[in-house]
Write a protein of this length. Structure first.
Length: 118
């Protein structure tokens, strides 16, 4: 069982940076694929980035590629999302999620708000 708690959201001006953290509890954290998702008002939730347990494989949505970096520290049971060159369209609630098998995200955090002002 994995429980997830996000932090690090806030208000930032366009072009600025934020780092989101997701602290996980549970002994098997290192075995999970970890992902970041976001949902803007009136829009569907979308996948932003994910990272496998071995950190050898990462995925980024085209809209954030080159600006966002996902990483994980299995010793600290924490996954991060470094967000640079933020744009107003990045404004959303960001969620951390854990998948025991590819695509099967069965654990979710409560979300953290990111607001980018123009």
């Amino acid at each position: 069982q994995v429980q997830l708690v996000e932090s690090g959201g806030g208000l930032v001006q366009a072009g600025g940076s934020l780092t989101l953290s997701c602290a996980a509890s549970g002994r098997t954290f290192s075995r999970y694929i970890m992902g970041w998702f976001r949902q803007a008002p009136g829009k569907e939730r979308e996948s932003v980035a994910r990272i496998t347990w071995a950190t050898r494989n990462t995925y980024y949505a085209d809209s954030v590629k080159g600006r966002f970096t996902i990483s994980r520290d299995n010793a600290k049971n924490t996954v991060y999302l470094q967000m640079n060159s933020l744009k107003p369209e990045d404004t959303a609630v960001y969620y951390c999620a854990a998948a025991s098998t590819p695509g099967a995200y069965d654990h979710w955090g409560q979300g953290t708000q990111v607001t980018v002002s123009s």
